[in-house]
Each structure stands twice: as C-alpha cells, then as structure tokens.
Design a protein around this ligand. Structure first.
Ligand SMILES: *[C@@H]1O[C@H](CO)[C@@H](O)[C@H](O)[C@H]1NC(C)=O
Ligand SMILES: *[C@@H]1O[C@H](CO)[C@@H](O)[C@H](O)[C@H]1NC(C)=O
Ligand SMILES: *[C@@H]1O[C@H](CO)[C@@H](O)[C@H](O)[C@H]1NC(C)=O
Length: 448
C-alpha cells in the first residue's frame, strides 16, 4: 500500500515536470531546433523568459542598427534634433537598461526617510520619444515615495505634439507630471528657475530632456542631501550614443566639470581624491565644480560639487571663487590668451566677459585657469602656466586683500605688471607696495 503511494507521488511529480518541459518546448519555438534534451533544464529557460522582455530595439541599452534601405531617411530625420531620431523612435519608451553600478553600490542601504524630490525637465522642440523616455525612466526607476512630481518646462516649443497631446499623455502617467509653458523663449536657466519655483518636493532635481536614469540613480543623490542640506550633487553621467542610442557606461575615474571657458569637460579624478577615498570608488568625489544635471535641497545656500555613480554623490565644497585679476596701475587684466601648458600667461585690456580672463583662486592658493596654474620657478622669472600640482611650491600665491598684493611665497616676491621689454607678461619683483603690484580680484559669477 505504502509503495503504491510512493509510486503515485513519483508519477505525479514526474508528470508535472513533463508538462513543464512540454510547455517550455512549445513556448520557446527556437528550441524546437535544439536536439540535445540537456538544454531544456529550467534555468536557461527562465533566463530566456526574462530576457524576452529585452529583445526589442535598444533594449538593455543596446545599439539600434538601421537597415541599409532606411539610411537615407535616417539621415534626413537626423537633422531635426541632431540625433538619430529614427533609432530613438524605434526604441520603447520604457526600454530596459543595464545596471552599470559598481558592485559595492548595489548593496548599499539607504535611510528610509530620504527627502523626496521634484524633477524639473526643460525642453525646447524636443523629440517625443527622447522626452518621454526620460519621463518613463524617472518614473520606473525612482522609488515612488521619493518622487513628488515631474515638471516639464516648455521653453516655447513650436511642435504640435508638444502641446495638448503632451498634456493629455502626462495625465495618463501614474506619477503627477505637470507641463509648464514659458510665454516666450527664455533659455535654459530661466526656464529651470521657473520650474524650480513651482516645485513642491523637498529637493529639486534638474534633468536634461533626453536622458535615461538607471536603477538606483536617485537614492544616493538624496542621501547626500539628507546628510547635508547645503549639498549640490551630481551623478556620474554616462553617454547615450546620438547615432545608435547605445547606452555606454562612463568611467568613474573621471568627473564632469567646466573649464574656464565654461565648456563642459571630463577631468581625471585627482590623486588626492583617490587617496581620500582610500580605494573605495563608491564614495563620493569632491571636485571643484558642478555639472548641469543634479539635485539640490530647496532654499539652501549655493555650493558646488560633482560625483560618481553611487558614491555619486555629493558634497559641498568651493572655497574656490572665480575672478578677474586687474592691475591697479594699468587697469589691465591677467589673461591666459588661450595659450597652452608651458607658455607664459598674458596681460591684456580687461573686457569683463570672463573667458580667458577668468581665474580661480583656490584653497591651495593657486591661481588657476582650467587645469593650469600660474607658476614661477625663479626670482624675477617669467610667469608661466603649468599643470596644477596642488603641492603649493612654485604655484602658491598669497593674496592680501588689504594691500591688494599677490605674494609668490617661494620667492618672496610680488606679482607685478609687465616689464618694458615684455609688455604682455606679468612678472615678479621685490615687493614695494607700488600700485603696479596691486591687483583687484573681482568676483565673477558663473551661470551654471
Ligand atoms: C514596457 O511596457 C510594456 C507595455 O506596458 C511591457 O509589456 C514591457 O514589458 C515593458 N518593458 C520593460 C523593459 O519593462
Ligand atoms: C514630499 O514632501 C513634501 C513636504 O514634506 C510632502 O508634502 C509631500 O507629500 C511628499 N511627497 C511624497 C510623494 O511623499
Ligand atoms: C567673492 O567671493 C568670495 C567667495 O565666494 C567671497 O568670500 C568674497 O566675499 C566675495 N567678494 C566680493 C567682493 O564679493
């Protein structure tokens, strides 16, 4: 009797497995071709089910390839937004993306009571698919309780589908998405401020209108702001190819920032930051300037910073300020003249337009332009621009805000106006307190 029960159990379970196998066989028609039964174990089958959702164009961040006979049309469409619109339109608005985080980031646990955020996205004549893919990626990859709302600020677009159609679509989404309209074209900064003024969340996050957020993007940003409300934080910004819409993970060994002409650039992470983080690349970086996507707490003082992926994250910094350096005697300004490393720094009529006449006076007392620092290696020697080394030494200048002098500490000499022979290059002379050794450091405001 007992043996019969065993038999029944064995038979039933076998039958279940046979049915499962048959189901899998039918379901995965590709596998009809497989002749080796071994391949039909459950694990690969499950994997196949899971990856099925990832098979459309661009899924898992893959590149979209346009067929040969569509290439002409593709090129025409490219001109509309300066990216491959045909590829973008082929990709699902909720496409899947790889999890590009460092392993150490995937297991980090964040506080339950992170501040929530309003997302502000400014657009002007943006393509439907890129704009909505941005919105869907935010909705799908942000914990719902952290997402107060999404504000789409229309900087006077002219395309029909960005009008009523967009508002109607926004109403169908499961998160509150509002569309604000600027009456006339005002530019990114004003539109962002307008969006910021309308937010109700505790933190404002600015995103571009053609980006996609990956899993775990938001929590580290908010965690840094929870730690210090004055933080302005910025994630690692990866790249989506404008040709194929492939998602390409960036490096956490670089960080985004602005050079002194305010062009966005990638800089290598300096050794001092590597040292400070003691090899843990999930910790935030603290470079001197900030990128254009990022989050900040409402009504905080403005400080800057920029960080990688999960460390991502944040910090305040900026003992750095940006200046025009004007000589009291001649009323001319220190000017990098667009010259390169190892060349002399210049001296030119002040134009007040920033550009080559913007220098920062750093916490290390360097006078910095982009990644170059004013450097003098011998008394009376020429003032040249060398890669900043943060070791003070030849690159250390002490500004005396009362006497208005810039003392080169190593040589104990003062920065002075140029000599007769070399009218375009500031020089060092023994400090005399003369007007030619006095410099006004006028603060320049950077509009980021
Ligand atoms: C995208 O949405 C469609 C329709 O709701 C759904 O079938 C699909 O699985 C979603 N894709 C991903 C990657 O979530
Ligand atoms: C976000 O925080 C604000 C202010 O504390 C609160 O009124 C709002 O309900 C929160 N939103 C969400 C989605 O929890
Ligand atoms: C210039 O900026 C620095 C740093 O932000 C600040 O400490 C200083 O007071 C400012 N100077 C003037 C004249 O505004």
């Amino acid at each position: 009797m007992r043996r019969f029960v065993y038999c029944k159990v064995v038979l039933t379970t076998s039958l279940v497995w046979v049915l499962v196998d048959v189901f899998l066989l039918l379901y995965f028609s590709e596998c009809n071709k497989c002749d080796d039964r071994k391949d039909h174990s459950l694990l690969p089958a499950l994997r196949a089910v899971m990856s099925r959702a990832h098979e459309g164009p661009g899924e898992m961040g893959k590149a979209v390839v346009i067929a040969k006979d569509e290439q002409e049309k593709m090129k025409e469409l490219f001109k509309i937004n300066q990216f491959n619109l045909m590829a973008s339109d082929m990709i699902a608005l909720n496409r899947s993306l790889p999890d590009v985080r460092l392993d150490g980031c995937k297991t980090k646990v964040y506080a339950d009571d992170l501040p929530n955020t309003s997302i502000v996205i400014v657009f002007h004549n943006e393509a439907w698919s890129t704009l909505l893919r941005t919105v869907h990626s935010v909705i799908n990859r942000s914990p719902r309780h952290l997402l107060q709302e999404i504000l789409l600020v229309d900087d006077a677009s002219e395309r029909d589908f960005l009008g009523k159609k967009l508002e109607n679509y926004a109403r169908t989404l499961e998160v509150r998405v509002r569309v604000l309209r600027m009456e006339q074209r005002t530019g990114l900064i004003r539109a962002r401020l307008r969006g910021a003024a309308a937010t109700r969340g505790q933190v404002i996050t600015f995103l571009d209108a053609h980006c996609e957020c990956t899993v775990g993007w938001l929590e580290p940003l908010l965690a840094r702001i929870k730690e210090d409300r004055r933080s302005v934080v910025c994630p690692i910004i990866d790249v989506i190819s404008d040709e194929t819409f492939e998602y390409m993970a960036g490096s956490d060994m670089t960080y985004g920032g602005f050079n002194w002409k305010l062009n966005f650039r990638w800089y290598p992470v300096p050794q001092r930051e590597m040292d400070r983080r003691k090899g843990d690349r999930t910790l935030p970086l603290r470079p001197p300037h900030t990128a254009s996507l990022g989050a900040r707490a409402k009504s905080s003082t403005r400080t800057t910073g920029d960080w990688p992926r999960c460390g991502w994250t944040a910090s305040k910094t900026s003992s750095t300020s940006y200046h025009q350096i004007r000589n009291v005697e001649t009323n001319q300004c220190v000017d990098n003249m667009g010259r390169k490393e190892n060349e002399k720094v210049g001296f030119f009529n002040c134009h007040g337009m920033g550009g080559n006449q913007v220098f920062s006076y750093t916490a290390d007392k360097e006078i910095r332009t982009d990644d170059l620092c004013l450097d003098v290696s011998r008394p009376h020697g020429p003032v040249v621009m060398l890669k900043c080394h943060q070791m003070k030494g030849n690159q250390m200048f002490e500004y005396d805000a009362e006497r208005l002098t810039l003392l080169h500490v190593n040589s104990n000499q003062c920065l002075d106006m140029p000599t007769e022979e070399d009218k375009m290059v500031p020089t060092l002379r023994d400090c005399t307190g003369s007007r030619s050794q006095q410099w006004f450091l006028r603060n320049m405001t950077l509009m980021l």
